[in-house]
Design a protein around this ligand. Structure first.
Ligand SMILES: [Zn+2]
Length: 232
């Protein structure tokens, strides 16, 4: 599975270069993916900042009930605190990605400190999970040095196209509407499980039902990347 992932990552890299050459600009930055151009009704729900001892088990329970696998951007220091919850997510078949270690903004650090953030996170994550191939910078904050350090470690940098602001603790319906009213093929949705309480676990179940009613399949980010369409 990991070997397939690596093969896919290099194939995707070639596709991406081709897309950039043919179309000029397909993304704001060709090293960062915010959404995937596709005509297929697929969407990736992603969850950042866990594992949290209360919120993450709630999220995992919803995903089990709905039979959905998604991508979790794991914060290294939280994985160090709760490796058993990360192991549960792995056992459930979710894609484990890295969100660096401390959640301090990487674009404010020098190259050495950025490297340490990646390496410390990778060490605790790979103690219980396969080595991630995807990375999301804390706060979505990056610069060329951050992207270069991600790239040399084999990570593709993933941002998002839909942010319902769940971490500000709005109502469940605000989070649900924020997603289902904006969704389109190839969307990447940003959600969180790093605090308690959050409206996210309850909203997640409703979002999954509503997206399915609209004919969407919910996939991991790695799966979503396979729907990337290059068109002239
Ligand atoms: Zn975060």
């Amino acid at each position: 599975m990991r070997r397939g992932g690596l093969l896919f990552a290099s194939v995707f890299g070639i596709m991406l270069s081709a897309a950039v050459m043919v179309q000029g600009v397909v993304m704001e930055n060709n090293k960062v993916i915010k959404k995937v151009p596709t005509t297929h009704k697929v969407v990736a729900l992603t969850i950042d900042d866990g594992p949290h001892y209360k919120t993450t088990p709630q999220v995992l329970a919803v995903l089990r009930e709905k039979k959905v696998k998604l991508t979790l951007f794991i914060l290294g220091q939280n994985a160090a605190a709760h490796p058993e919850i990360l192991a549960e997510a792995v056992a459930d078949g979710h894609e484990i990605a890295t969100h660096a270690y401390s959640h301090n903004l990487l674009n404010k650090m020098d190259k050495k400190a950025i490297g340490e953030e990646f390496d410390k996170a990778e060490k605790v994550i790979t103690a219980v999970a396969p080595k991630p191939i995807l990375f999301r910078p804390p706060g979505g904050a990056y610069n060329e040095t951050v992207l270069a350090e991600a790239q040399v470690r084999g990570y593709t940098t993933i941002l998002w196209s839909i942010d319902p602001g769940d971490w500000r603790r709005p109502s469940v319906s605000h989070v649900v509407d924020g997603v289902v009213n904006q969704v389109e093929p190839g969307s990447i949705v940003l959600l969180h499980d790093g605090q308690y309480p959050l409206p996210t676990p309850e909203a997640l179940g409703i979002i999954i039902d509503k997206l399915r009613e609209q004919g969407y399949s919910i996939v991991t980010v790695s799966e979503l990347l396979q729907y990337y369409e290059v068109r002239n």
